[in-house]
Write a protein that binds this ligand. Structure first.
Ligand SMILES: *Cc1c(COP(=O)(O)O)cnc(C)c1O
Length: 341
């Protein structure tokens, strides 16, 4: 297998078209057989439900080359079931979970030449997604859908070490109580764009969203869940019905408990207690954990004790353990690693 001539270590996080992608269409109440296609473009009716009413959802996961040269992906079954949950909430047909995993593996294999080599720090990002395709002008769910999976190689998230982030407490809300914050729909991202552009303009890396009802509790950022480390070495993560259940966060909590012997607590986290924590990190597929060094609430600064130079020691241990599992350096819990080749 000859790899593409790509400067893996210097890849960023932007779209690069690969050779092949998976497509399946839903019509008359069922999904067709599906398969690989070469064309990266999509022709759609001008009145497609996705274009008019944003009926679309997605997932994100990665394929890795392990130390012993296998190509694997991490817990794709959880992405499959999360997409099924999202689809139900958005009145879209569920794409069978086993077929989802098969489509992911098949697409990675078809783009094997783009899977970055072990040790490069780069990975192959995988994007499954689904959208309503037929013309819908009166507001209702589409009758026809397309499910696709594309891949794109992405670079090491932390080039030259993990720089702790500075967050601001957003004046915007991400998700309403009883809304759609717990599902991975494009709609949650459309409304976050103004908030993130505003945060960047003001010199911040990310938004910390508070709960919309009381604005006293920590929710998450636009695309990552929080974990906090207490001064007595416990892992705390916010519990809320309106945050997206991150697979990385769930995996890190398991690792903290089962590999590192730490106590793990999922509970409501008041913004007022954030200043008491020793470390803070953002969890998601893209970076695994991004350390947070500072949180600014309308001019009032909370300086996280782990500082602005590097990850805190517990965050580092969690990061090393989970990435060790993903890269095949540490033994994985049963069912976590799906071997593609
Ligand atoms: C995708 C996503 C995450 C991270 O989830 P992972 O499964 O860990 O990648 C966190 N928050 C939001 C809002 C997301 O959309």
């Amino acid at each position: 297998m000859e790899k593409k001539n790509i400067d893996w270590a210097n890849l960023g996080f932007s779209y690069i078209s690969c050779d092949s992608r998976y497509v399946s269409n839903y019509k008359d109440g069922s999904w067709d057989e599906g398969g690989q296609v070469a064309d990266e473009t999509i022709a759609l009716n001008e009145c497609a439900c996705v274009l008019q009413y944003a009926q679309t959802c997605f997932e994100g996961l990665k394929a890795y080359t392990t130390q012993d040269g296998r190509i694997v992906t991490f817990r794709p079954d959880l992405n499959a079931s999360r997409m099924a949950d999202t689809a139900k909430r958005l009145e879209m047909p569920v794409f069978d979970e086993q077929r989802f995993v098969d489509a992911v593996c098949e697409t990675v294999l078809a783009n094997e030449a783009y899977v970055p080599p072990y040790g490069s720090g780069a990975t192959l990002y995988i994007r499954p997604y689904m959208f309503g395709t037929n013309a819908v002008i009166g507001v209702k769910p589409a009758d026809e859908y397309q499910f696709r999976v594309f891949t794109t190689p992405v670079g090491p998230y932390f080039k030259g070490g993990a720089k702790p982030l500075t967050l601001c407490v957003s004046d915007f809300d991400r998700a309403a109580p009883r809304g759609t914050g717990h599902v991975k729909g494009g709609l949650n991202y459309a409304m976050s764009l103004h908030a993130i552009v505003t945060a960047h303009k003001n010199g911040f890396d990310e938004n910390m969203y508070l709960d919309a009802a009381t604005r006293t509790k920590v929710e998450e950022t636009g695309g990552a869940n929080f974990i906090f480390i207490t001064k007595d070495n416990k892992v705390v993560t916010p519990k809320s019905d309106s945050i997206l259940p991150s697979i990385t966060r769930r995996s890190l909590l398991y690792v903290a408990e089962k590999y590192l012997g730490m106590e793990v607590v999922e509970r409501e986290v008041l913004f007022d207690e954030v200043k008491e924590f020793a470390e803070c990190g953002l969890c998601g597929t893209a970076a695994v954990i991004s350390p947070v060094g500072k949180i600014v609430d309308h001019g009032k600064e909370i300086n996280i004790p782990s500082g602005m130079d590097d990850m805190g020691p517990v965050t580092r241990k969690l990061y090393d353990t989970l990435t060790g599992i993903q890269m095949g350096r540490l033994e994985a819990p049963e069912g976590w690693i799906k071997v593609i080749k």
